[in-house]
Design a protein around this ligand. Structure first.
Ligand code: SF4
Length: 208
């Protein structure tokens, strides 16, 4: 660990005092690192992603091959803890996602694949990603399921509709009922964006 990083990424609550009301934690002695700086991996390395997932013996919820396609979120919604904690945004390359999917399906025999992130629809290559993973899954007799998280789903709606992905649910999360409030919380979704996404989903075969 570089000298400048001494103690970074490790916070031991018993070594710090937290005021009963307001304020921030303080170290209980001068030798302790402060502030404790979070450590993040600069890139999502292929070798760090699990390749052979555990296969449950019983039927479980979320029983599918999950691939983390991106970490962090390009948005900056003010209320979102994950959006702040998982900065910066790091994308996984499409070829890498394919390699993970191929190996995972071969070894786990899953029937479904999930492309996971805080906001999958914001992956810069989402069309290519959905298309190629769903083609691979179809070859293996599986279905890819896109957890269509993200505030700009209209692009993804078309991608999924045109691919072999099984159409499950779509989650639109405008978070606030008026455009003014969405601007305040930094959601950046206009009335038109929402209506367009819903219209496209309906045109593509989803039903409310
Ligand atoms: S788009 Fe979703 S994940 Fe991203 S910052 Fe906003 S609420 Fe958080």
């Amino acid at each position: 660990m570089a000298p400048g990083h001494r103690g970074s990424g490790v916070y031991v609550p018993s070594f710090y005092q937290v005021p009963a009301v307001g304020g921030t934690a303080r170290p209980t002695n001068a030798g302790l690192p402060w502030p404790v700086v979070a450590r993040t991996v600069p890139v999502l390395r292929s070798e760090d992603h699990p390749r052979r997932m555990l296969v449950p013996l019983a039927e479980v919820a979320q029983d599918r091959l999950s691939i983390e396609v991106q970490r962090g979120c390009v948005r900056g919604c003010r209320f979102c803890q994950a959006g702040y904690l998982y900065r910066p945004v790091r994308e996984r390359d499409v070829n890498e996602c394919l390699a993970i999917a191929g190996e995972g399906l071969r070894h786990g025999g899953n029937e479904e694949v999930s492309l996971l992130s805080l906001s999958t629809s914001d992956h810069s290559q989402v069309e290519d990603l959905v298309d190629r993973v769903s083609a691979l899954a179809a070859e293996r007799g599986s279905r890819s399921r896109c957890r269509a998280s993200g505030p700009t789903p209209s692009r993804l709606v078309w991608t999924v509709a045109a691919s072999r992905v099984r159409r499950t649910g779509f989650t639109f999360a405008p978070e606030a009922g008026s455009e003014r409030l969405r601007t305040v919380i930094n959601k950046g979704l206009s009335e038109q964006d929402i209506l367009l996404a819903v219209e496209r989903a309906m045109d593509a075969g989803w039903r409310a």
